[in-house]
Design a binder for this molecule. Sequence first.
Ligand code: SAM
Length: 431
Amino acid sequence: MSAGESLVGLEVEVEVGAVAHGGHCVARHEGRVVFVRHALPGELVLARVTEGSDGDRFVRADAVAVLRAAPGRVEVRCPVAGPGGCGGCDWQHASLPTQRDLKAAVVSEQLQRLAGLDVDVVVEAVPGDDDGLAWRTRVQLAVDGDGVPGLRRHRSHDVIPVSHCPIAHPGVDATGVTAAPWPGVRSVEVVVPSAAQEPALVVVVPTGRRPRLPSVRASVTLLDAEGTLERVSGRSWVREDVIAGDWRRGFRVSGSGFWQVHPGAAGALVGAVLDGLAPRPGEQVLDLYAGVGLFAAALAHRVGPDGAVLAVEGDPRAVRHARRNLHDLPGVGITQGRVDRVLGAMLADGLTADLVVLDPPRTGAGRRVVEQVCSLGARAVGYVACDPAALARDVGYAAQHGYRLASLRALDLFPMTHHVECVAVLVPTGE
Ligand SMILES: C[S@@+](CC[C@H](N)C(=O)[O-])C[C@H]1O[C@@H](n2cnc3c(N)ncnc32)[C@H](O)[C@@H]1O
């Protein structure tokens, strides 16, 4: 075989090793690393190469036959969850306890590799989630050239027609969206709110086009490639009700805006943040990357009328909802802007905070924001992270600026997928 020649389609027998970040396991074949999907550590599988050429450092492969199964293996629940299928679920072939062990291993490995820390990680189920199915309240359906909705094939733009997704909330099917034709549409996002309210669809269309839409049981908003929203019917926002212990509150969120997708996620995260930081009456708190104000509201409740919470968020639409969601809470301020710029201005004015919560997007906060957060003099920082690699990198930066990891909780907010949410609490080194 000559260097550079494609290996796609080649089938090799491999012993599957440890899990790696991204929903696959590591195997080796003739000295080359093979990232194998649809396998479990300890298995012997026939792996078919899906990406890679001779001379590459690693190739990707799917386990197309299991020659020796690991004890955690189970039957998949979805006809398109296997090799060559949908990219949404990575671990349907593993029992839920096995999935959580795999995610725990990934979080531990990232913290060891990127922050030099040995941490025993346990991934906790969302209370009440017994089977890891029917939880996804936001589903993005791609639409093919014939207007048929479906889900994307793994690492591909192909659309696999899907009439029912077992991890989707039953409210998704109830809209009739998967049965309807969507000619001229790019994608349809279905949002099923936790409040007793009609679901909302965000229909993404090419700029300047207004295709004829099918009739569905949901509010409909059009979104074009330039981000312009146009309401077609019903509301362009949904209401999400959150319960954490004895605290409960409703939030308005735009159909296209950020909200956690598991119905139990927001409450579980609020609980983890409040437990980790133990806010006290009168404290000054910063909620960075605040979205529509979830943590700001819960923190304001704890610090009371003598305390203050400043929420910082970049997206103007989320800020508009946050202003409405938080308007009745005394001592809560909202600043629209980039976190690094707002913190830069605060630090220049000599401002400090007792507590900081940060919940950045997947890429994490990054070196500059971590350094700024560590300069605020907070007694504790709660870092909510959806990517363990970005979290571990940022925990490493924090250590260089006087903060150490005091505790870490990992929550299984995305069963069947490789995703895992962490809440890390950082405190000044020496405390
Ligand atoms: C993971 S979401 C968290 C939202 C909120 N904490 C929640 O739980 O609902 C991240 C948020 O950060 C915002 N964001 C992303 N980059 C930002 C930046 N550089 N400055 C300010 N906000 C940003 C996004 O608009 C989004 O609302």
